[in-house]
Design a protein around this ligand. Structure first.
Ligand code: RIB
Ligand code: CA
Length: 313
């Protein structure tokens, strides 16, 4: 099987960091063409720094990392330091990365790459607000049909919201961007809270990573020791939901996941339900299906994949 060419668009974030490590640990299945950073969990100045830290932790200072938008398309930025800490990667001791940040803007990199690579050969993997993806589609509508697939983390239906009662964070931060992407006509697979809340970093799963006894294993375990506390306190769960690695694991082992092709639309008007993903799971409207909405996963298989792959780094 030839490796799938991907652009990972991200706002690290401890869970984004594990997704980046999983992708970089899986060269048989994934070729990372570039990492584009977006404002989200923490401001862009930190997300682009964190992405480069993770590349260096993975021993991959060669990866091209770009800074994209520092704000949503038409709203002020909302961040999530309460979840991820002030740095966005609280937990392990951090260091100043030495690998370069690319001079080109991440949005321009997305456009240029999709125009250069053969049509249908590049997958976009957004792990944060969709500001960069939507900005690229607005600036260069011709690239939409050249996208192989968008596999994104975002949204929620049965699991309801995590940042408001109605909305999941990535969609809530930039609902106009999400609306543009979901109406674009691109092939979309969505990893909502409905599935990510079943991927919990229980203590044995974190200890399996620590027991790799490698620098990557220790770094990851320390990130997750910090990351899990917010959700354990909020939900009384026995771990934190490992949201973003679901996107990368789906590219490697899609049979770990199950879902349904349905229509999903974004609330962009109501202040009360702004950013809600209105998912027609039961087909009660005649709105045509536009996403594969993932609802379930084999959680043990998911964590075994992550642990086995991170052991390679
Ligand atoms: O709601 C979870 C999502 O918001 C994840 O991508 C997390 O990293 C934050 O960006
Ligand atoms: Ca994220």
């Amino acid at each position: 099987m030839t490796a799938r060419k991907v652009i990972i668009d991200t706002d690290p974030g401890q869970d984004d960091a594990v997704a980046l490590l999983l992708a970089l640990a899986s060269p048989e299945e994934i070729t990372v063409l570039g990492i584009t950073c977006v404002a989200g969990n923490v401001p862009l100045s930190l997300t682009q720094r964190n992405a480069r830290i993770i590349c260096e932790v993975a021993g991959r200072p060669d990866v091209a990392v770009f800074a994209g938008r520092d704000a949503p398309l038409c709203r002020p930025l909302v961040t999530a330091e309460e979840v991820h800490g002030k740095t966005g990667l609280d937990g392990p001791d951090l260091f100043e990365p030495t690998m370069p940040l690319q001079a080109q803007n991440g949005v321009d990199f997305i456009i240029e790459t999709l125009r250069r690579e053969p049509a249908g050969s590049v997958t976009l993997c957004p792990l944060g607000p969709l500001s960069n993806i939507a900005a690229a589609f607005q600036a260069a509508p011709d690239i939409v049909e050249r996208v192989q697939e968008i596999v994104l983390m975002g949204g929620a239906y049965f699991e309801v919201g995590n940042v408001t009662p109605a909305a999941e964070f990535n969609i809530y931060v930039d609902p106009e961007a999400a609306d543009i992407v979901l109406k674009s006509g691109a092939e979309i697979t969505m990893m909502p809270l409905d599935v990510t809340h079943k991927a919990l970093t229980t203590r044995p799963r974190i200890e399996a990573l620590r027991n790799l006894n490698t620098s990557v294993g220790h770094f990851t375990a320390e990130m997750l020791d910090f990351f899990e506390r917010f959700d354990i306190e909020k939900y009384g769960s026995d771990g934190g939901p490992l949201h973003d690695p679901c996107v990368i694991a789906y590219l490697i082992q899609p049979n770990l996941f199950s879902g349904r092709r349905i229509n999903v639309e974004i609330e962009t008007q109501s202040e009360l339900t702004l950013g809600m993903t209105v998912a027609d799971w039961w087909g009660v409207t005649n709105r045509s299906p536009n996403v594969l909405f993932i609802g379930d996963l084999n959680a043990d298989g998911f964590f075994t994949l992550i642990t086995d792959r991170l052991a390679q780094l």
